[in-house]
Design a protein around this ligand. Structure first.
Ligand code: MG
Length: 316
């Protein structure tokens, strides 16, 4: 079982050699990965959710029903299962994320739109991938999608430590450091994302924003699934352990109240914010009702094809 925090050392983003495609112009595109470049809601996010619950159950020594309740608790308090697991159980974030992203069948789970690589290549400007997912997963998805060569570097969650704290998107300090390290003036950067709350958080930092809506499936963000009471019935031991865990957490929360509030603004890996809610089989999935473009969104598109056509037309 993982037991210690990783040293807060700085891990440099891995560079890809000679990115292909049109790198002309002043624009630097900061691309999100999941549900921006490929459809993660289809199979990957549900799988990540299952793996996270199994991991929590292993660490806590409880059944999955109890682990789900703990996840819901952490999600509500910290915005991420991971942040709760770091705070209360000292788990190694790298170990947690690796376990939650192990997919032997990844090649069968990645879905991309036809022509994705060509659209990215034709989009003028440098391209950097910025994802809250782990490095190995991100690079594997890029490889499967046939677009790894389009990016000059991959900035994954391992590169998002700032002054000893994990600061994934939409943390502003992490973004400012990334822009400074890559020598990018904020007005040249465009963050391309499906998670509109991330774009909102970065409003006022000087960067531009592009909202990709093509893979949005549900209106409500997802969260760790709550196990129905019926499924948890008969697990008295699990309930007792769960009550004990909650009692410990409440005591810790009282001790760290100020810190807990501070960390609530930090969001988590993409799966928890974006995966669709688990629904019974007989309930049809709800297609996203995408509102009009908010003021903090500069460009709203459905796909990379649309983004590339619009930039070609207007210049970037
Ligand atoms: Mg995303």
């Amino acid at each position: 079982m993982p037991s210690s925090l990783p040293p807060p050392r700085r891990v440099r983003a891995r560079l890809c050699r000679r990115p292909a495609g049109d790198t002309s112009g002043d624009t630097v595109w900061l691309f999100d990965l999941d549900n921006t470049l490929h459809d993660a809601s289809h199979a990957i996010f549900p799988a990540i959710n299952r793996l996270m619950t199994a991991y929590v159950a292993r660490v806590l020594g409880c059944d999955e029903a109890s682990a789900s309740r703990v996840r819901v608790d952490y999600w509500q308090r910290y915005g991420a299962t991971l942040l709760g697991m770091i705070r209360h159980h000292g788990v190694d974030p790298a170990d947690f994320l690796r376990a939650a992203h192990e997919f032997p069948e990844l090649a069968d789970m990645v879905r991309v739109r036809r022509g994705l690589a060509a659209h990215l290549r034709r989009l003028p400007g440098r391209k950097i991938l910025v994802t809250n997912a782990p490095q190995d997963y991100a690079r594997a998805v890029l490889e499967i999608a046939g677009i790894r060569h389009c990016f000059e570097r991959v900035v994954a969650i391992e590169q998002m430590w700032v002054h000893g704290h994990l600061r994934p998107k939409p943390d502003r300090r992490m973004l400012r450091r990334l822009l400074a390290q890559a020598r990018i003036a904020p007005h040249r950067a465009v963050l391309v994302e499906d998670t509109v709350s991330h774009l909102k958080r970065y409003a006022g930092t000087g960067i531009r924003t592009a909202w990709v809506t093509g893979y949005l499936r549900t209106v409500a963000p997802s969260r760790p699934h709550v196990v129905p009471a019926a499924a948890a019935a008969g697990h008295d031991d699990g309930s007792r352990r769960d009550a004990a865990v909650r009692s410990t957490l409440e005591a810790e929360d009282r001790r760290h109240a100020g810190h807990a509030v501070q960390e609530r603004s930090v969001t988590l890996v993409a799966a928890e914010t974006q995966a669709p809610q688990a629904q019974p089989d007989n309930v049809p999935r709800v297609r996203a009702r995408v509102p009009n473009r908010p003021a903090y969104v500069d460009i709203k598109v459905q796909s990379m094809h649309q983004l590339q056509r619009r930039m070609r037309r207007t210049g970037s």
